[in-house]
Ligand binder design. Structure first.
Ligand SMILES: [Zn+2]
Length: 669
């Protein structure tokens, strides 16, 4: 291929790729397959490599390829980016109307333009002689962050404006619009996040804002963002906002299919209702309408108050919002070990359900919100999206609020916590963390522990995956309403589980100790500990010496117990749990039972008792069952085929009982 041929071919490739891009990303039509389009891009890439002199800044190959940045540069806006006043009711729209009329005097006839308010991230694009030279975020309205590299990866943003037939644009033109994520892209993204065990995004606004503010443009590109233009900030000499939208389309932007010119209050309300009714069917999330004065001359005349224009409002749909207090922020660990901070809320009703927890996703999100523990916040639930903290009401602060700190140790397994390079999430470094904590839950509900019926391993994992439980205390906060939407949960089974959990709120001390799964402390030792200490408070504060006084507790066990109860994480965990359940103390029988304070060893097979029955009988009579004989043992009960314990008892001079004598002592014969 000669240089001239290459130049022509490159030119044609560029035009066609841009044409298909526009069809697909702006008009939502696909004329050729992704594979065919990729093939054209590939050819262009190869030719440009051979003939780098023909690379232009608006070539489709220039969308991706920027290097990751260390930080974003500041970018001043030529025209300030204003924000709109929110209104929620028609009465407020009417009040706005009247203010405008008053300011203008009654002579001028005003009409309005309604458009959809997309829930995304506002972006300002600067085109110089038609070429995209800068993209920046809103920032404080005057100075934003330069995210040009990232904006170039968004295919719905033209790198070069289409030439206009009847209008000459100024050298610099600032286009305003919203970066957003389509519903289906958002769902797909969260599916992937979930599969990877990464925290899911709460809403498309967070997902798109996060994607635009990535320092590595490759990540932005992978998020498949879209762009909808809604204004030209530069004065280009047209009369109405409606015309601005028409020009935006001519320039190659998507500018909204559902815009409408409205003559009066009645038409605005109709438009508002109609778009609210249809909002589920739109490919993107919207949270209301923007209503602007259509005549740009009047809009300008009305002016700006602070950072808000008088000539436009955001007429929001009734939001499912509620205010509550963040009582605590705790960290949950997912399958991959990713740590997710979760707000524990003062329970509040929102869209018909009571909400007591809301994921905060990651530390960046907490910092973005400026959230502290103890803060009053606005919680929002939109459509099928999980409830989300959207705003901190900092005026409610008393000074006692606390900053959240990501723990340095995993709250589940106490391994070290690390932040991976290039990711916002923190991780537990223990690869088995998830499996172990699930096992711990299984042990907690098992037959010899809290004995909660219906909570098999599969159900527990399901509850874990639905983000409902992370540790035993969470079980007692489960509600029927939380279980019902889960797969395989009918109303009845949800109710059954909630009931059996409720029944397990009263637990014997021995079962409770066993349920904790303390290293080296099994079922038998748990019973011994319960009978010795009688209530949980005494056990928790027992010293090593006190523990070693129990004949069945060896040094390793005693150290394990002391270590367990000294650990601050365990103390926090127990503190929570004790608020939710009732641990029944052991009734002291030692002084009244027939075997009061006696230590008894059984060897061989008894005719009338299984081993378990013998243990229970001894315990109920106030005695202590022991496994091995020492000089301190009071009695050894000898059954059929006794082991070496009988001989040892004889040697030590311990009193030996036959089964008959044993039964007599118990008052059974
Ligand atoms: Zn862990």
């Amino acid at each position: 291929m000669t240089k001239t041929e290459a130049k022509i071919r490159i030119q044609k490739l560029r035009e066609q790729i841009d044409y298909y891009r526009y069809q697909y990303h702006v008009l939502d039509r696909s004329e050729i397959s992704d594979a065919a389009l990729d093939s054209l891009k590939h050819e262009l890439q190869n030719l440009e490599e051979q003939f780098p002199e023909f690379i232009t800044p608006d070539s489709p190959t220039q969308r991706i390829g920027g290097q990751p940045l260390d930080k974003f540069q500041k970018a001043p806006h030529l025209v300030p980016m204003l924000s709109l006043n929110d209104v929620f009711e028609i009465a407020e729209v009417q009040a706005w109307f009247e203010r405008i009329k008053k300011l203008l005097g009654s002579t001028e006839e005003v009409d309005f333009f309604g458009e959809l308010k997309i829930d995304g991230l506002a972006l300002s694009l600067t085109y110089q002689n038609g070429l995209l030279v800068r993209a920046s975020t809103r920032g404080d309205g005057r100075i934003g962050e330069d995210v040009t590299q990232n904006a170039k990866t968004i295919e719905a943003i033209p790198l070069r404006l289409k030439p206009l037939k009847r209008l000459d644009l100024p050298v610099n033109v600032e286009i305003r619009g919203e970066v957003y994520m389509k519903k289906k892209v958002f769902k797909e993204l969260n599916k992937i996040q979930k599969k990877r065990g990464e925290p899911e995004f709460a809403n498309p606004r967070n997902a798109s804002a996060g994607a635009v503010r990535q320092l590595d443009p490759k990540i932005t590109a992978s998020r498949k963002l879209s762009f909808l233009a809604y204004d030209i900030a530069t004065d280009i000499g047209v009369q109405t906002h409606k015309q601005v939208h028409e020009i935006l389309q001519d320039l190659g932007f998507e500018s909204g299919k559902f815009n409408l010119r409205c003559q009066n209050l009645n038409e605005i309300e109709k438009y508002h209702q109609a778009t609210n009714d249809r909002r589920e069917s739109f490919p993107y999330w919207i949270d209301g309408n923007v209503i602007s004065v259509n005549q740009l001359g009047i809009f300008k005349k009305l002016g700006v108050v602070g950072k808000t224009p008088r000539g436009a409002i955001a007429y929001k749909f009734p939001a499912a919002q509620a205010t509550t207090v963040v009582e605590d922020i705790q960290v949950q660990v997912g399958r991959t070990g990713a740590l997710t901070p979760v707000a524990h809320l003062r329970p509040v009703k929102i869209a018909g359900t009571t909400v007591s927890r809301a994921s905060l996703h990651n530390l960046d999100e907490i910092n973005r919100l400026g959230l502290k523990i103890g803060d009053t916040v606005i919680l929002e639930k939109a459509g099928d999206i999980i409830p989300d903290v959207v705003q901190v009401l900092s005026k409610f602060r008393t000074g006692r609020e606390k900053n959240f700190k990501m723990p340095s140790k995993c709250p589940v397994c106490h391994s070290k916590v690390k932040k991976r390079d290039g990711e916002v999430a923190y991780y537990c470094t223990n690869k088995k963390c998830f499996a172990q904590s699930l096992e711990r839950l299984q042990h907690f509900v098992s037959k010899n522990a809290l004995d909660i019926e219906g909570l098999g391993p599969k159900i527990l994992e399901q509850l874990w995956n639905a983000d409902l439980i992370r540790q035993p205390a969470d079980l007692f906060r489960l509600t029927k309403a939380e279980l019902e939407p889960l797969e395989r949960f009918a109303e009845k089974s949800a109710e059954n589980i909630v009931n059996s959990i409720r029944a397990a709120r009263r637990v014997s001390l021995a079962r409770f100790i066993n349920a904790l799964g303390i290293r080296h402390i099994g079922e038998q030792t748990s019973i011994e500990l319960a009978n010795h200490f009688l209530d949980f408070t005494r056990l928790k504060s027992a010293s090593l010496e006190k523990l070693l006084e129990i004949p069945e507790v060896g040094e390793i066990m005693a150290r394990s117990l002391v270590g367990y109860f000294a650990d601050p994480e365990n103390r926090k965990f127990l503190h929570q749990l004790e608020k939710l359940i009732r641990i029944e103390p052991v009734k002291p029988k030692a002084s009244s039972g027939r075997l009061a304070k006696k230590t008894i060893v059984v060897t061989g097979t008894l005719g009338n008792f299984s081993r378990e029955e013998a243990k229970t009988a001894i315990r109920e009579a106030g005695g202590h069952w022991l496994n091995s004989v020492s000089s301190k043992t009071d009695y050894v009960v000898v059954g059929e085929n006794p082991g070496s314990k009988a001989g040892k008892a004889k040697k030590l001079g311990v009193k030996i009982l036959s089964e008959k004598e044993f039964r007599e002592m118990l008052g059974l014969a």
